[in-house]
Design a protein around this ligand. Sequence first.
Ligand code: CDP
Ligand code: MG
Length: 833
Amino acid sequence: LPPGLQRRVDCYLGEYLSQKSRSMEGFWDISRSNSSCSIATDEGLFEQPEPMPQSKAAMENIIWKRSLQMRSQQQVWQESSEGRKLLEFRRSLPAYKEKEALLMAISQNQVVIVSGETGCGKTTQIPQFILESEIESVRGAQCSIICTQPRRISAMSVSERVATERGEKLGEMVGYKVRLEGMKGRDTHLLFCTTGILLRRLLVDRNLKGITHVIVDEIHERGMNEDFLLIVLKDLLPRRPELRLILMSATLDAELFSSYFGGAPTVHIPGFTYPVQTHFLENILEMTGYRLTPYNQIDDYGQEKMWKMNKQAPRKRKSQIVSAVEEALRAADLKDFSPDTQDSLSCWNPDCIGFNLIEYLLCNICEKEKPGAVLVFMTGWDDISSLKDKLLAHPILGDSGRVLLLACHGSMASEEQRLIFDEPEDGVRKIVLATNIAETSITINDVVFVIDCGKAKETSYDALNNTPCLLPSWISKVSAQQRRGRAGRVRPGECYHLYPKCVYDAFADYQLPEILRTPLQSLCLQIKSLKLGSISEFLSRALQSPELLAVQNAIEYLKIIGALDENENLTVLGRYMTMLPMDPKLGKMLILGAVFNCLDPVLTVVTGLSVRDPFLTPMDKKDLAEAAKAQFSRDYSDHLALVRAYEGWKEAERDLAGYEYCWKNFLSAQSMKAIDALRREFYSSLKDTGLVDSNNATCNAWSYDEHLIRAVICYGLYPGICSVVHNEKSFSLKTMEDGQVLLYSNSINARESKIPYPWLVFNEKIKVNSVFLRDSTAVSDSVLLLFGGSISRGDTDGHLKMLGGYLEFFMKPALAEMYQSLRRELDDLIQNK
Ligand code: CDP
Ligand code: MG
């Protein structure tokens, strides 16, 4: 190779030369064999027909030629009739008017923030503006743009749209990459990917070699990954002065980001929407002709409670009103809207408020209203699928000649995605049931009606029990406005909020950033796996830093479960945990399940802990429900009861009797389906770690040893343990931190008068007046001794110390002795190594 040409060259046939160049840095890895050379991107090898260039000039010549080629290709398309039509559409978008200002700002500043209403063309146009201007100025072959999306479905749908607008197939100049899937090639210069993918790339490529522009989209959502990415990028900017960073937000709070990046300029895209008529629940109920009683009653009730609460804890007021209204809605749903709801499982489920109301509204729109698509915001995949089932059974809404019923959520198939954006045939009404993904991430053009259930699934964190939960909770005012705005894109629209105005008034203005409301354990693991130094120092540089205490808690916890060693370094176990996209302790349980070849039931336990409790306890049928749950119990374990319930359901599903089975056994069919789907997802992540190989049948190993599962559960849930103290008639429970604790009434162990095991392990404890344990599993001394703590190397000592503390605390002298000798042995072992 001629001197001065700096780039990395990997030779097949032995010899490695490693040099870098500014322009070519990591852009291609060029491999040379005797006769030809091939170019490797991080996606694989591509044969390069021309021989290897012999000089810098020759290399530049290739880039130049390729850039010219790109330019003429672009011109040909833009002059074709199809291309002109699309260009015209693009020019009609508000973003187009700001094109020059945007490009100017980007060329003059390393960081630019762009804000503009949903649908104005941020995601589809801005990356294209950059690409086109690079191509125009014959730098096309050198530019490499990455645009991150919080969700995989938007990365996929947006890349497809952009490819279409450029008259190309996906995977040519425009590509996408999400976990387990992707379309990109050697000529991909604009890549849409999930934020997680970019973070993973940073793992192996700290300087983002060869990338010229990074665009972080949807920053207003303040997701954990995005906030995390911003800290990493902020560190990277001084090392890569030529790198451009563009942040895009659908709301106007650009100030925060601007000041975080040292006063980076902001470009606002003024938007335009048609007026949207807003109906709150009270108006909707009036429309239906139903009496307003439940709501009125509750209003009084709410008022009274509010007044009481006001004196003691004014901060509680809002949630008090909200839950009172929630109760009323449930009552209204049950009594007022359809007599047959009594028989429907959904009526027990507080998150299914308004299924009947939604059906009523949809029917009304289909029969009486002007044309236009309907967008229904639901909380998640589970309630979307049950609402869809319900609507499909309806004479009008289920008639495919009149209604095109579609679902839109994070884990949908790509075929289905496309239908969402297409206009239906004349006379057919498109109804899209969506999660909050349709709030800002994707835009469905022809929406005129919006129905908003007012909730979204949100991860939340209870510092007390250190457990993340993904539960539906009320949205913020900003989200409600975004949802409403979806109705006014093409002409004046209507929005139905399925909650009263007073609930809307009680909404928070903005949603709290995820980093401040979720447990930090996974994030801490990620910081460690990216080798970003001290966790607390790193997080102190966040846009909004989490509390130091929360950070310390997370680190301490990670040490206890064996993910980090005493010096805050990742252990082997911890490294595996970082590869699993779930709560670390659940990941840990899964890892051991794989190691011990009892993955099938463990997968059920782990997914069961990640979805809403499938065991339903309707108020009026409490005894029946508890008795139904008890049938699944033989071994003092709620977790094993779930495994049995799931297996029974799976069996019934095969005979298409899943619903009856759930109905009979007081189980939520939605949760069962969610468990089923999540099991597959978790299994495929586990396959990625290499702990199970893809052809192995562990996943379907139906026979297993219950004691082994108990041990694996203990391994995952430790240090959530409490001791069982028996007295004459019953037993009491104690933990080290809380003293006496109680069991939730629907726990299987709460029905027992005696538990023939000395310990219970639990996932979650909740403090009301006393501390309550949710699901628990009884374990023996030996299981705790061997599985309580971590069996990974290096941190054994710390764990045993803690376990020893437990044993001494609960005065188990024989066990403590056994433990002491085990510890001595291990000490020796460690010393000798
Ligand atoms: O990112 P932002 O919300 O600002 O808008 P966008 O996603 O870039 O979408 C701009 C426009 O492109 C939308 O208003 C849609 O009309 C159109 N679009 C489309 O027709 N099909 C898609 N898959 C995506 C966008
Ligand atoms: Mg967008």
